[in-house]
Design a protein around this ligand. Structure first.
Ligand SMILES: [Zn+2]
Length: 195
């Protein structure tokens, strides 16, 4: 590697405090077709983020997801759009499928996000997000799981790593706190540097 390549990060436009966009030097997986019990996420495949809310998602959770999408994600380079019927096969699948079903979620977990159709080692054509039932999934939880579905990691997988509850991670802190309901500058900068 030339010294010029080594210097490239200095010229980056991002002002992020850390790189918490998959893949980093602290993520241990390649993008692959994962599952609820093997819940690995990746970047999404492009800036057009189509989403579908399954009928299992209750009204309050739908409102939280929509608030996160329009209030936070649409303020980045991502352009979100809700579809009335999902595409679940082929090369242009709906990017995020939200569902609400506690089955298979560990008791301490409000939600899980996994890629079910990898495009390559970094990107995924379709992520699933499953939320716990009956717990009032708020905007923080919606922001957090949607963040995974576009590739945002926890602090431990960021490079350089941050504490799991470092406030600069905003809604990507790895502990539920309804105050951390926004994307914040670091996550937004990493999204905008990627898409
Ligand atoms: Zn998480």
């Amino acid at each position: 590697m030339s010294i010029f390549a080594l210097c490239l990060p200095l010229g980056s436009a991002t002002a992020a405090v850390t790189d918490n966009m998959f893949r980093t030097s602290n993520t241990s997986w390649y993008c692959h077709g994962a599952s609820l019990s093997d819940p690995y996420y990746c970047q999404t495949d492009n800036a057009e983020l189509s989403v579908y809310l399954q009928s299992s998602v209750d009204a309050g959770t739908k409102a939280s997801v929509r608030a996160a999408l329009t209030g936070s994600y649409d303020a980045t380079h991502l352009n979100t759009g809700e579809v009335s019927s999902p595409v679940t096969s082929g090369s242009g699948e709906t990017d995020v499928i939200y569902q609400q079903d506690s089955t298979g979620l560990p008791s301490s977990t409000l939600g899980r996000t996994w890629c079910n159709d990898a495009t390559d080692i970094e990107r995924c054509d379709q992520h699933y997000i499953r939320f716990r039932e009956g717990t009032g999934i708020d905007r923080m939880a919606a922001c957090h799981e949607t963040g995974h579905a576009v590739g945002l990691t926890h602090g431990a997988q960021a490079f350089l790593a941050l504490g799991q509850t470092d406030p600069r991670l905003a809604c990507m802190v790895a502990a539920h706190d309804h105050h951390n309901k926004y994307l914040g500058d670091n996550n937004s900068d990493n999204i905008n540097a990627t898409y």
